[in-house]
Design a protein around this ligand. Structure first.
Ligand SMILES: [Zn+2]
Length: 680
């Protein structure tokens, strides 16, 4: 059926394409006028505010990134980049170009013309035109103001009535950015582009290359090349913020045709490029990510900013979610969460926390006679006489601060106790400053305390004063995620539902399948088994097991070939005696898989038997099941889709709690529709 339809459509298209081809031939001489006209989209900010934002965010970026600071490389990049930027339409920005000492293939641009090019990009480019292509693409994002356009749209979506058209006054850029959470962080709004923005940047980048005298096909060639070289592995970092649009090369070639084809005398390479590439390759290798992440920092370089996806930690007292790029250190009740480089060694075996959060229990003294008297005096006669009064959280907190001051003489309270709620209980928030283990630096300590049966549970969030603002939201999120588990913990803590699936998608590919998943989900796992889940969608049971509550599992199952004698018994005497066992069918393999799944999921039930569906152009089966969810007292729905492939039975299990399934169904359907088979 599908095949017949496809042929019909193709037949209908052919004549139309022929007409277009003839027209473009006729129009070739006037090609300059045919270029795609591109203009920046709607924006709350002025071009001048783009520069202000870029200035602020680039300062953050350069603290977080391993900047190469190589004058010779930066000079080359600026010479090349400014020649390209001159050809960009629209507002003129003060472009600057800097090399990042990172071997990953990536580049990014901040509003107002701050461009960063990874060393890996320079080393991966075959010629100057390819490097110029990446830079022209980034310049196009700046000229088309994609970053602040996205931030503007996000702001209006969150604060719909705050502004009715018009632009923001000066001084308000910071407030808007804070509201939408833009800043320099991976996944930031300013840096992660839609596929539409990508198509625009491709078209304008191609025009810039053309106008600068480079082979205009070089940009798409470079993207194709890095995509092809990563086949089967992790896609280059570049594509995580610049999602590869469909038909990228075709669209670029179309733009080249509109421009009148490859210009006569266009060049692809230069001696300068060959020199700088040789020079880069002769320099000490860029530090590997792993190396940066090991060993406590000696005090130079700042840690990477906290990632927005989280990881759950649990000990006997508390469950808390921390940024995924932080690690939990310590044992027993004391635990420190810190990024790589957040814990500073003083060379004498001491470690001090410069960035991160410490969680511990303090035993306040309640046997002090003076304190009993103190409380008795406060209370009316005849009340509370019978026993020692309950210890107050404020009193215990003061004791703790006194204790901390003994080993931290520079510690000062700058904001006295304020009441807050944490983990459903009343706690206190106190803000202090202290000397940082980083040289000549003051730090801020945000202390949160709560009285628990085990003692005073305290959290100290730590970052240098000047950087505290960039960590504040992360600390807040951590406090909000905290749940108490200790001895008298009553009801099971509420599990927050993950954010709904975003409508923007990200492409994943392994050796078997290519699939698009919501951008706010992540792919976990390795080999053929992969799980796509939002932050919070995978539940740990505290015993090292992890279970999917929201998301999709894709994996391969090897069905058992049926034993020959079994089939022979089923068949009549004179039929099939000499024939091979029947070929494996998707029905039979699916039944085997469900049986297998039931062994580890005794509560699994089929509620809608297998139905034929098409997936990736092949015939598959859809089966709906229910099961116990890893969330307490919750049933979940499992939508199982299976397809028989040369490698085995490829299966997809979409998972969400029964009550939430409706909210996820669309995302699951989109994922299944996007699936394409890559293997044999
Ligand atoms: Zn892009």
């Amino acid at each position: 059926m599908t095949k017949v339809h496809a042929r019909k459509i193709q037949g209908a298209l052919h004549p139309a394409l022929a007409v277009v081809a003839v027209l473009s031939l006729l129009l070739a001489p006037a090609a300059q006028a045919q270029r795609t006209q591109l203009k920046p989209g709607w924006n709350l900010f002025s071009p001048q505010q783009d520069v202000e934002i870029g200035t602020q965010v680039s300062a953050d970026a350069e603290r977080q990134l391993p900047m190469w600071n190589n004058a010779r490389v930066d000079r080359y990049l600026n010479d090349l980049g400014r020649r390209l930027a001159e050809k960009a339409p629209g507002a003129k920005y003060p472009y600057q170009f800097k090399a990042v000492n990172d071997s990953a293939i990536n580049a990014f641009a901040l509003p107002g013309g701050f461009l960063y090019i990874n060393r890996g990009t320079m080393e991966a480019a075959d010629n100057e035109a390819q490097l110029a292509g990446v830079m022209a693409h980034e310049i196009a994002h700046v000229a088309l103001r994609h970053g602040t356009n996205q931030a503007s749209k996000a702001y209006v979506a969150q604060v719909p009535l705050a502004i009715l058209g018009g632009q923001l006054g000066s001084g308000s850029t910071g407030a808007v950015l804070a509201q939408v959470g833009a800043g320099f962080a991976v996944n930031s709004l300013l840096l992660k582009y839609s596929r539409d923005a990508e198509r625009q940047a491709d078209a304008l980048g191609t025009q810039i290359l053309y106008d600068s005298g480079y082979d205009p096909r070089a940009m798409a060639q470079f993207f194709d090349k890095i995509q092809a070289e990563s086949k089967g592995g992790q896609p280059p970092e570049f594509f995580s913020s610049h999602p590869n649009p469909e038909n990228r090369t075709k669209l670029v070639n179309l733009e080249v045709d509109r421009l009148g084809g490859n210009p006569r005398g266009s060049h692809t390479d230069s001696d300068d490029f060959r020199d700088i590439k040789r020079y880069a390759q002769s320099q000490p290798a860029a530090p590997q990510k792993g190396q940066l992440a090991s060993a406590p920092s000696t005090g130079s370089g700042r840690p990477q900013l906290p990632s927005s996806s989280v990881q759950r930690f649990e000990n006997e007292l508390v469950r808390i979610e921390h940024p995924e790029n932080w690690r939990a250190h310590g044992q027993g009740d004391a635990v420190t969460f810190a990024p790589a480089g957040g814990i500073i060694a003083d060379g004498q075996g001491n470690h001090a926390l410069a960035y991160g959060m410490l969680v511990n229990v303090y035993e306040p003294h309640r046997d002090d006679n003076d304190q009993d008297d103190y409380y008795r005096r406060l209370q009316p006669e005849g009340w509370g006489q019978s026993g020692a009064p309950a210890l107050k959280v404020a009193q215990a907190t003061d004791q703790l601060i006194e204790e901390l001051r003994r080993s931290n003489p520079q510690m000062r309270v700058i904001q006295q106790h304020e009441r807050i709620w944490i983990g459903g209980e009343r706690g206190l928030s106190t803000v202090l400053t202290n000397d940082s283990p980083l040289a000549n630096t003051r730090e801020r300590n945000w202390l949160v305390t709560v009285l628990r049966p085990e003692g005073l549970l305290f959290f100290v969030a730590v970052a240098p004063e000047r950087e505290f603002d960039s960590y504040n939201r992360v600390f807040e999120k951590m406090f909000n995620s905290a749940r108490f588990l200790g001895t008298t913990s009553s009801a099971p803590p509420p599990i927050e539902r993950p954010d709904l699936p975003s409508t923007r998608v990200q492409r994943f590919e392994n050796r078997l399948v290519r699939i698009e998943h919501p951008e706010n989900w992540r792919a976990h796992g390795q080999g053929d088994a992969v799980t796509f889940a939002p932050p919070g969608g995978i539940i740990a049971d505290g015993q090292g097991n992890r279970d999917v509550a929201y998301g999709m599992i894709v994996n391969l199952y090897q069905p058992q070939e049926q034993r020959r004698d079994y089939y022979q018994n089923l068949q009549s005497e004179d039929y099939g005696q000499g024939s091979a066992p029947p070929a494996m069918t998707v029905e039979r393999a699916t039944d085997q898989l469900i049986e297998e799944l039931r062994q580890s999921n005794p509560q699994l039930r089929v509620i809608q038997g297998r139905q034929g569906i098409r997936i990736g152009g092949e015939r598959g089966l859809s089966t709906v099941l229910t099961n116990d969810s890893p969330l307490a007292n919750t049933r979940e729905r499992n939508w199982l889709v299976t397809v028989l492939r040369p490698e085995g039975l490829l299966f997809f299990i979409a998972v969400a709690p029964e009550g939430d399934f409706q909210d996820y169904n669309g995302a699951f359907e989109n994922m299944l529709t996007s699936a394409r088979f890559v293997g044999n």
